[in-house]
Design a protein around this ligand. Sequence first.
Ligand code: 6PG
Length: 250
Amino acid sequence: MNTFRKGAAHVEVWRDLRELSTRAAELFVGLARASVQTHDAFTVALSGGSTPQALYELLATKPMAERIPWPQTHVFWSDERCVPPDHRQSNYRLAYEALLARVPVPVEQIHRMHGEDEPQAAAAAYSSVLEKHLSVTGERLYLSLLGMGDDGHTASLFPHSPVLDDTKHLVAAPYVEKLKAYRLTLTLRALNRAAHTIFLVSGEAKATALRAVLESEDDPHAWPARLVQPDEGGELIWLVDEEAARLLSF
Ligand code: 6PG
């Protein structure tokens, strides 16, 4: 495994998705236990997309599942599609089927975004959920898991979206022209408050965006994942595989 720093980011290059998912699972376990040690609670925002599925499945199986303090865990999402929870595109459904249905996290501590509701109302409601439940870990997420699209988007923060400059809200409901759809997403204000942020990036298709995010001087609004710069001493880790790291200079 190669490891190096890019600004505030600690970058680890693993051979493939399986290796980086195992590493992510080990970090998840360690952070969950550390959070409970300090706060008697663990708050984590899950990412959508396909990359984290292997991680979620690892967390749901022995030995990882038994080492995570599920009864003290609160689960959130970094973003959601504007679809019902049983829709095949639902980020909640992906995480529920791969992980949450298989571990003893209290159902009242699974805080899904209501993609089935009117987007602006759902965003406002989720802001209230965050404000209510993040108090257990110091008004911030203890862990934020994120992915990155091949256009450099993260969560549902897409290139040149006005929501990139929203410093007022914790959750927004941007219309994504590229997708011709609304999305629910944590804003950078919420994401950059996380105590620990872990990106999972796999595959050759992400190589150009990863170089732009980690190494270029381009306008960060063109590569939104670059705008994830945790404040208040937040830790930023990029777990990437060799294919995604192909264009990096390290
Ligand atoms: C979503 C995700 C999104 C995702 C990236 C990468 O709702 O789609 O939150 O930000 O992390 O698009 O997706 P893949 O892991 O499928 O490449």
